[in-house]
Design a protein around this ligand. Structure first.
Ligand code: CU
Length: 72
């Protein structure tokens, strides 16, 4: 399983953390999820692809923050 890192928008409380965790677990019940709410960091160990995980997060209402290093 691969460790994937995301920085998402909109996590403001414990309920948000739970929603994020459940969105990942719905996609992959075996996933290990670590959340650091203050920075919006979500680390996921899962066999699912990064795109699948990111889509699940966005569908739940926590889209990834735009990468400030990505040009244009
Ligand atoms: Cu919340």
């Amino acid at each position: 399983m691969e460790q994937q890192h995301f920085t998402v928008q909109g996590m403001t409380c414990g309920h948000c953390e739970q929603a994020v965790r459940q969105a990942i677990r719905r996609l992959d019940a075996q996933a290990a999820v670590q959340i650091e709410r203050s920075s919006g960091r979500v680390s996921v160990q899962s066999s699912r692809t990064r795109a699948e995980l990111a889509a699940a997060l966005a569908d739940e209402g926590y889209p990834e923050q735009a990468d400030p290093d990505a040009a244009g």
